[in-house]
Design a protein around this ligand. Structure first.
Ligand SMILES: Cc1ncc(COP(=O)(O)O)c(C=O)c1O
Length: 365
């Protein structure tokens, strides 16, 4: 598509991000399993903090999110001056592309990586480069093969959305060691809180040792604050300083800062939410595999179900929607045979199980 305006060519190549749907146009109760949201909602303490914060809507937010950064520092042990908060980690991804790339520069990510990497690269005028994956996993050798003298940012979602797979600490170390110093390695750890695997790394150890590594995190998933748009990143002081120069002065709202700070104080709530997810995830995976479906191993709060062909995936999606269950088509991720499904409540997952059982029965009827 072309534009009569003199905008960057790359902007006209963007396919705008299509969010997971939340409505079905029916009166039926719906099960919203399209956007990897927290099925139990947010901590009541976070909700109360957001509510209390709206008494003074005429006041601008604290621009540097000082209290929140201090709370993150206290909880995770990273120095507050090496943290930045954003309107979702999406904003931080965009700021990274804006600050570190531009025309003639390349942004590298893996084939089925999170869609915002490509969109943010194009918005910044840079060239997106996707490295082929092996078995729906980030392939470090393939990533390294695609590094050129123009590579400025390398994104690895760990775990990745929508595949649910993760890169090991050894793989991240190997990728980092192969990058030139002027390329920034971004470990997008949006789902890291769910992962228990011993060989997993969220990238924070690399950040502590190297100035060209950033880890991004979010309050949208485990902490259930997606509506408020709040994420953060940990990087070297040099990188954080650069990002602060392009950040809007009041990019994180007052309710978002208040709720996120309170959410970190209610750690038990977060751990209960994790426990529910990590109990249901293997159980659902087994149940669906038991009906002959291919379900990829996932360490996040979602699963990727492969229906073997695009028509069957579409039919399954339609069948589920008719039953009030909204999953996520991932054709836009180059996975037209698959649907992604958030791990919801136990009741949601029973409904998914029953609906897919009926779907499979309907195919042979
Ligand atoms: C891998 C990954 N990174 C980042 C995000 C962005 O999250 P937010 O902008 O809500 O922090 C998402 C959201 O789905 C994601 O899946």
């Amino acid at each position: 598509m072309s534009s009569g305006f003199d905008v960057k060519n790359s902007i006209m190549q963007i396919h705008p991000y299509v969010p997971g749907e939340s409505k079905l146009g029916t009166e039926k109760p719906i099960r919203q399993l399209a956007a990897n949201e927290a099925p139990l909602g947010a901590s009541p303490k976070a909700i109360e903090a957001a509510q209390d914060s709206v008494a003074q809507l005429n006041r601008y937010p604290e621009g540097g999110a000082v209290a929140l950064r201090e709370k993150i520092s206290e909880r995770f042990g990273f120095p507050a001056q090496q943290l930045i908060c954003g309107a979702g980690s999406d904003e931080i991804i965009a700021l990274i592309c804006q600050a570190f790339t531009g025309e003639g520069k390349e942004v590298l990510y893996s084939q089925h990586g999170f869609l915002m990497y490509k969109i943010s690269a194009l918005a910044a005028g840079a060239t997106p480069v996707a490295a082929p994956e092996t078995n729906l996993r980030t392939d470090v050798d393939s990533m390294i093969e695609h590094v050129t003298e123009n590579t400025r940012v390398v994104f690895v979602a760990n775990p990745n959305n929508p595949t649910g797979s993760y890169s090991t600490k050894a793989e991240l170390d190997r990728l980092h060691a192969a990058l030139p110093e002027d390329a920034l390695l971004v470990i997008d750890a949006a789902y890291s809180e769910y992962v228990d695997a011993d060989d997993y790394a969220d990238g924070s150890e690399l950040v502590a040792k190297h100035s060209n590594v950033v880890m991004t995190r979010t309050f949208s998933k485990l902490f259930g604050l997606a509506a408020l748009r709040i994420g953060w990143a940990y990087g070297s002081e040099e990188v954080i300083d650069i990002l602060n120069r392009v950040r809007g002065p009041f990019n994180v709202s007052v309710p978002a800062q208040a709720a996120a700070t309170a959410a970190l104080d209610d750690w038990d709530w977060a751990m209960d939410a994790k426990q529910l997810n990590n109990r249901l995830l293997p159980a659902v995976t087994q149940r669906l595999r038991g009906m002959g479906l291919t379900v990829y191993d996932s360490v996040g709060n979602f699963i990727l179900i492969d229906f073997d062909n695009p028509d069957r995936a579409t039919a399954a999606d339609e069948y589920l929607r008719a039953e009030g269950i909204i999953g996520r088509s991932v054709a836009g991720y180059g996975l037209p045979t698959c649907l992604r499904m958030t791990i919801g409540t136990e009741d949601d997952m029973d409904a998914v199980n029953q609906a897919l059982t009926r779907f499979i029965e309907s195919e042979s009827a």
